[in-house]
Structure formats: C-alpha cells, structure tokens
Ligand binder design. Structure first.
Ligand code: SF4
Ligand code: SF4
Length: 663
C-alpha cells in the first residue's frame, strides 16, 4: 500500500530532535522578543470589526490582493512562494501528525498528499526564481537591497531543491510503483548520481539543517513579516486609534502596540516610496526609510542586552531618540495616504510619521517656523488666516443664509471651514455651494462667527493640546444649536468631523444627544441631482478632468459622487487622468504643508499634478477641496499652463450651470 516512513534510511534520530528543539527554542525566543517590544506600546483599543477582518485575511493575507495591484509579476511571485511555503509547512505538520498521533497517510490519501506537495514545492521554487529575476534582472521599483535579502532567497531555494533531491534519492534507492504521484522527485532522480542510500542520508541532513536554520532565523529577519505582516493587516481592520494627552501622560509609551507591530511587518519592498508624491518630486522623504529609522531606534531601545539588564533589574543607559526625530523628512509628508494604500501589508507609515511630528512639537525640536506661527495663530484667532472671529460669517452676508450666531437652532449646518471663510479666492467656493443649496431649497444654516477651526492642521502636525481644545469648542457649539447633520466644503473638515471627532469625543467624555451625520458637499449635491431638486440650465462644452483630493478619496472613500455630478453636466467631455481614484496624485498641500515653506526638490508636487491634467488635454481641472484649488491654481501659473488649463472647484462650476428648482 502506498505510504512513507518518515525516518526511512535515517539513524541518530536523537540528533534531529535536539536540533529541532534548539531551532524552535530560538524561534520562540525571537517571537517573544518582538511580542515583549510590542507590549511596551500603548495598548490596543476599540472593538474589532470581524467582517472586515475576515475580508482582510481572505483578500490581503491569503489572496495577496494588494501585491497584485499594479505589479502582476510581483503578485504571482509572492503567491507562488507563499502558497508553496504554506503547503510544505502544512505537509510537514500532517506528516508529524501521521507519525506520532494517527496514521492516515496511506493508500489514496498518501498519493494525493504526495502529488499536492510536489506541485506546491515546484511552485515554491518557481516563485523563488521569479524573485531573483525581479530583484536582480528586472530591478523592479528601486528595491532596497540588504545583504540578508539574497541570503533568504537562496536559503529557501536550497530548502526547496534539497527537498526534491531527498525524494529523488529515495525513489532511486527504493523504487515504488506509484512514482507518477511524485513526478518532480521522479524526474530529478534521473540526474542524481552516486550511492542513492548515502546520497539520501547526506541530502536529508542538509535539508533538515537548512530548514531548522530557516525556522530559527525567521523572527530575526524580514521573514518575520509572515507573522507581523499578517497581524498588521488584521490590526488595521480595528477602528483608528487616538490617544488623548491625558492617556499619553498616564501610559508614557512613545508608540502604540499597532505602530510597533507595523515596524516589524515592513519588508522594505519600497512600494510606498514609489508612490510617495514627496519622494517623486525629489524631496528627501521616503516612508520606507522613515519606517526603518524608527525600527532601528526601537530595536536599540529594546535590544537583547537591555532586555537582559532589565531582567536582572540593572538600570540600562537611555537610548537617545535624537536620531529618529532629526531632519526635515517628517515635515515633508503631505499625509496623502498613498503609502498606506500601496503597502501590501497596509502599514500606516503616515501614522508613524505623525507620531514623529508629535515628538518634535512636544520637544520644540526642528519645528518649521511657519508651523509654529500658524499653530499660535489658530490658538489665538480660531483660524490660521488671522481673521477676526467677528468676521467669520462675512463671506455670506449678501446671500441671505440663516446664520445661527444671530440666534436660532438648526438640524443641518453648512460647516464652511477656515479657508472658504477668510480667503477671498476660496470664499467663492462657499458662496457657490450656498447658492446651489438655495436653488435646491435645502433647509440649512451656517454657524457664522460661532464656527471654529476644525483642527485639521493641529491634528496633522501633532499639536494634541490645541486639537482637543478645538474639538471640545466645536462640540459645544454643535450641541448648543441642536445640530444633527453637517455638510463640509473641505475634505479635511469632513475627515475631522466625520471620522476623528467621534473617536476623541468618547475619550474626552463629551456628551452629545445623538450622533451627527457629516457629509461632503459633493455627496449632498449628487443626491440633490438624483432627486431632481437641481437641474442644469447650461452645458459646458469643454474637456474636463477631475483631481481626487487625497482627503476626499483615499481618506474618506468618496470617489463616485463628484464623478456622477460631472458626468451629468450637459455637453461636457470628461476624461480621467492616468493617476485617478485610489492611485490619485497629491496636490502637495495636505498635512499642514500649505502652511510651510517649500522643501528642496526637483519640482513642485502640485506642478507634477497639473502636468497629469495637461497630458490628457484637459482644459478645466476640477477639484473639490479648497487646499487643492489653491495649490493647483498656483501650479498652473508656475508650470507655464496659464491660459491653457483653468482650475475650478466643482461647486463653482455647478453654480454657473444650474438653475432654480422647478416643480
Ligand atoms: S511600508 Fe509597506 S510598502 Fe513600504 S517598504 Fe514597508 S512593506 Fe513595503
Ligand atoms: S502619506 Fe503621502 S506624502 Fe506622506 S509618506 Fe505617505 S505617500 Fe509620502
């Protein structure tokens, strides 16, 4: 009957068990070390979303979906290696179960088992050869090569090949009638030479030694992403985490559990850097390098020698965090989220970079002068424009819109935002949105001089104290007027009010009668058009394209409503830029950068984006964010497209083309 003896032709089993024990001991020691470090972080909070965790496991862990996106060769390579490895690992576990617990690998089951392992073993080797071709011949994506990288690939390749050689020598030494169920080993057997019994013993021990080295080495190399990366994908399905100043003071940890796992998950694949607008414009920021810099700091802070000192209660020398917060890179991040979207393991580099900004702000180290000044202005005026509080509602004075600061209550509030309230160019967006809402007879109010900065700047640059103050003030205003719904002009305001405020509200103990529904104005207009409460009275005979603001698209997931609206405009010719939706390219103004000086670069991020629009022959570049409008309008001038491309907010365009509600 078809079956196989695990230790056929092998003696000195005790030596195998000793080596296996040592290897597993080192493996668990390494895993414990990482777990110990992770647990030094701020604890995990929030309830897991089980549906999305399952989705993440199936799609991103088992299906490698994000690796395939934009890199089919890389995706296939990783899928072959991963599934080959998993099948061989499972095969070894089943073989041990069969040997020590219950003998079931016999007859047809054994033949199926053998064939399956041969197929997956072959895929494993093909995947590893593809990895070598990709890394050293195709040289895809400016990969970050360290000496351990080829070592890992050759180690795995040697394990795979020696595995088949063991099978081949066994088939030569002990021919079996079911050879066709072990096709790779049988094929290889033709090329093996020497005494098959001796050959089998030698290759068996080499195979075992390499496999045990691999197991021991795993937690100390980038192979650890098998564990940390999978865990990171699951953790990213937990709700976003926020820690108030009070909590941070009590916990006194520099990073959170999630952030520390993310550092260990990184494989240095460099996909984040290849999509980072700051890096692509020639600035010095690399999210991958930032990640590695923080990881080195953490590893030295919690090194094995320090761990031993801690275990024997001996105080260890403090590791300075100067290296990790040194330099301007952290300020170059536009918080566009392209790196998170691109990372196969969903590592939130942007969150780590923000943590570094928080350190800098706390210590007052290398904070750009303009950032410091802007934060002070927000603290003093409630907006970054130095606009007088009493004048916050002036932009609307001719529009006949209900202003709550003059009295009354309202369920639906139009939250204008600082730019559209004070900047004369951006005021035109808010005025257009109000006129459209009025045409559709929407019942809404504005907060006038009771509106405050939403806190986006404070959040992105890590000024936690100011942020909490603004959140508390705004909630007090919303509660006082009985607000149940908010519409924002700005995607940054949307992200703050819709996603970040509720997280802080619970932590800060702010009471609210009921949850406030927050939407972007494009969502509301798309709905008004659908309900036929708005109609077009004119067409736009122009070739237009749409720039996805990072905070509307990647941060808030709103890609379709603006496109639905544009497609409804009569006579318009709508064309997508090559980089669109989740692959959109930043305007360069997010993350507080609109308030910073330019960093040394080959070209401006915003100019690259305007060129994207020029390449598809757009006459109008439409956006739906005041920051994007400012950045792109400037870039049209500096990049030499004045008179060729016009930058407009979607609200402005619709105001010109729509008419009053007709019953
Ligand atoms: S953060 Fe993600 S995308 Fe960037 S190098 Fe690490 S694994 Fe790759
Ligand atoms: S968020 Fe955007 S700018 Fe910041 S590191 Fe990631 S890709 Fe680069």
């Amino acid at each position: 009957m078809p079956e196989r003896e695990v230790f056929w032709n092998i003696s000195h089993h005790w030596f195998f068990y000793l080596l296996a024990f040592l290897s597993v001991l080192v493996f668990f020691g390494g895993c414990y070390r990482s777990l110990w470090i992770w647990r030094k972080g701020r604890p995990l909070s929030g309830n897991p979303l089980f549906g999305s965790i399952l989705g993440g496991i199936l799609k991103d862990i088992l299906g490698n979906a994000k690796i395939f996106s934009g890199d089919f060769f890389g995706g296939l390579m990783h899928l072959f290696i991963m599934w080959g490895f998993l099948a061989l690992f499972l095969g070894t576990v089943l073989s041990a179960f069969d040997e020590y617990i219950f003998h079931f690998l016999q007859g047809g089951v054994y033949l199926f088992y053998s064939l399956t392992l041969d197929i997956f073993g072959l895929l494993f080797i093909v995947g590893l050869i593809m990895a070598l071709i990709r890394r050293y011949f195709i040289k895809a994506g400016k990969m970050n090569n360290l000496s351990e990288d080829p070592l890992i690939v050759f180690l795995l390749l040697a394990i795979g090949i020696t595995g088949f050689m063991v099978e081949g020598y066994r088939l030569v030494a002990k021919p079996e009638p079911w050879t066709s169920w072990e096709p790779v080993g049988a094929y290889l057997a033709q090329f093996l030479f020497g005494n098959p019994f001796r050959g089998h013993i030698i290759v068996w021990w080499i195979h075992i030694l390499l496999s045990l080295i691999f197991i021991a080495f795993l937690p100390f190399s980038k192979l650890f992403h098998i564990i940390a990366g999978s865990l990171n994908i699951i953790l990213e399905k937990f709700p976003s985490e926020v820690f108030t100043l009070d909590e941070k003071e009590k916990i006194s940890a520099e990073f959170s559990f999630r952030q520390l796992v993310a550092l260990d998950a990184c494989t240095r694949c460099n996909r984040c850097e290849n999509k980072c607008p700051s890096n692509l414009s020639g600035e010095a920021l690399s999210p991958r390098a930032m990640n590695q810099k923080i990881k080195s700091y953490i590893k030295s802070k919690y090194s094995i020698s320090r761990l031993i000192q801690e275990l024997i209660n001996k105080p260890a020398k403090e590791v300075s965090r100067a290296e990790v917060i040194k330099g301007e890179e952290a300020w170059m991040c536009t918080t566009c989220r392209a790196c998170v979207e691109e990372c196969p393991l969903t590592i939130n580099n942007l969150d780590l970079i923000r943590e570094i900004r928080t350190f800098k702000v706390e210590e007052g180290t290398e904070v750009p002068a303009l950032v410091g000044e802007t934060l002070e202005v927000i603290f003093k005026y409630g907006n970054p424009y130095q606009g007088a509080k009493a004048k916050r509602g002036e932009w609307a004075k001719e529009l006949g819109v209900k202003d709550l600061s003059l009295g009354g209550e309202a369920e639906l509030v139009y939250f204008v935002g600082c730019g559209p309230a004070y900047d004369s160019r951006l005021q035109r967006i808010a005025q257009s949105v109000v006129k459209i809402f009025k045409k559709a007879e929407l019942n809404f109010s504005i907060l006038g001089n009771k509106e405050n900065c939403c806190g986006d700047m404070a959040k992105r640059v890590g000024e936690e104290g100011l942020l909490e103050e603004l959140i508390a003030k705004n909630y007090e205003t919303f509660g006082g007027y009985g607000v149940k719904g908010i519409v924002t002009t700005c995607p940054h305001g949307l992200k703050m009010l819709r996603d970040e405020y509720p997280l802080y509200r619970k932590k800060l103990g702010i009471e609210l009668r009921e949850e406030i529904k927050v939407e972007h104005y494009t969502e509301v207009i798309a709905w008004l058009l659908q309900e036929k409460r708005l109609n077009f009275v004119k067409g736009l005979r122009k070739r237009v394209t749409y720039h996805d603001p990072c905070y509307l698209g990647r941060h808030c997931g709103i890609y379709d409503p603006p496109r639905e609206i544009i497609r409804k405009i009569p006579e318009v010719e709508f064309v997508e830029m090559v980089r669109n939706r989740r692959n959109s390219f930043c305007c360069g103004g997010g993350g507080g950068r609109i308030w910073m000086e330019e960093f040394p670069a080959r070209e401006k991020i915003s100019e690259i984006r305007v060129r994207d629009a020029a390449e598809v022959g757009a006459e109008v570049l439409i956006t739906a964010c005041p920051f994007c409008l400012s950045m792109l309008e400037d870039a049209v001038k500096t990049a030499g497209y004045e008179g060729k491309i016009e930058v407009k907010d979607l609200g402005e365009i619709l105001e010109e083309l729509t008419g009053d509600l007709i019953f």
